[in-house]
Design a protein around this ligand. Structure first.
Ligand code: NCD
Length: 305
């Protein structure tokens, strides 16, 4: 059903398609752990990362390799013809003619959408500025679903930079569709953008607060994000807010026993390393899940699943 489809925002996928991705991802776990297969033999993935990445890029590339496919990529966008003044549109046209699927990360909101207009093959948005990051949302939802068995009616807290954080933009939209109860917990000035609030608010009840401790005991999932330093127009505004929240063992004293803590990573100082050794910490499992979930996505958009 996903064959040939672009994934630009999480809204490009129905709930049914998301569950199909989960089922396929579950089957992919042993392959992600090393039992490589030939499902995508002869296929080529192009990864175009114009912004830094560790997990997203490596997990897409690992997914492709483990499924027997090949990857073309650049180490640094400065080494491509973009630095000679080539337009993104032309770069995409060319790369599209060399590959079967394109994964793109760019600092401009709307870059992936634009790329999809110039490519015949599927384009997957791996983050466009402060816009969306739909495949991160799929692995976030998969991690919640595989740990807690459901998404509906869970109390999910989104903590941190809800203004510039693209992961929470996509995730909030998806959680609203799945009928979770949302807690938006952010420092003043970093609240969720109005257009997302509006869309989410039409579907579910949302509680907004600056104070994590006042709601920690109610949460089933706490999704922590870093402050997106690189997106602040004025560094002084960042410095005013930097370090304004941090999860440590004392923050978790009133937490439910089964609370799971997620983070798209990288973390800076939002989660104390002590928390890593508690059963709440699921962020490393979440990062691993990037591989089976992206295996599912790649094989489904290329029509072999
Ligand atoms: C996120 C991103 O790039 O938006 N990282 C990721 O893909 N795992 C989150 C972030 O950079 O804070």
């Amino acid at each position: 059903m996903l064959k040939g489809k672009d994934i630009i925002t999480i809204k490009d996928l129905s709930k049914r398609e998301i569950f199909e991705i989960f089922e396929t991802a579950k089957e992919m776990i042993p392959i992600a752990k090393g039992k490589s297969i030939d499902l995508l033999k002869g296929k080529i993935l192009a990864t175009l990362f114009f912004e830094p990445s560790t997990r997203t890029r490596f997990s897409f590339e690992t997914a492709m390799h483990r499924l027997g496919g090949e990857v073309i990529s650049f180490a640094d966008p400065k080494t491509t013809s973009i630095s000679k003044g080539e337009t993104l549109a032309d770069t995409i046209r060319i790369v599209d003619s060399y590959s079967d699927v394109i994964v793109i990360r760019h600092s401009y909101e709307g870059a992936a959408k634009l790329a999809s207009k110039f490519a015949d093959h599927p384009v997957i948005n791996a983050g466009d500025g402060a816009g969306q990051h739909p495949t991160q949302t799929l692995l976030d939802l998969f991690t919640i679903w595989s740990n807690l068995g459901k998404i509906e009616n869970l109390n999910v807290g989104l903590l941190g930079d809800l203004k510039y954080g693209r992961t929470v933009h996509s995730l909030a939209l998806a959680l609203a569709d799945f009928g979770a109860n949302l807690y938006m917990i952010s420092p003043k000035g970093l609240e969720m953008p109005d257009h997302i609030n509006r869309e989410v608010g039409e579907k579910i009840k949302v509680k907004k607060t600056e104070d994590l401790l006042s709601v920690i005991g109610e949460l089933d999932v706490l999704y922590v994000t870093r402050i997106q330093k690189e997106r602040f127009p004025d560094i002084n505004e960042y410095l005013k807010i930097a370090g304004s929240y941090r999860i440590d063992l004392s923050t978790l004293e009133k937490a439910k026993k089964d609370l799971i803590i997620l983070h798209p990573l990288p973390r800076i100082d939002e989660i104390s390393p002590d928390v890593d050794y508690t059963p709440h910490a699921k962020y490393f499992e979440q990062a691993f899940n990037g591989v089976p979930v992206r295996m599912a996505i790649l094989s489904m958009v290329m029509g072999v699943r």
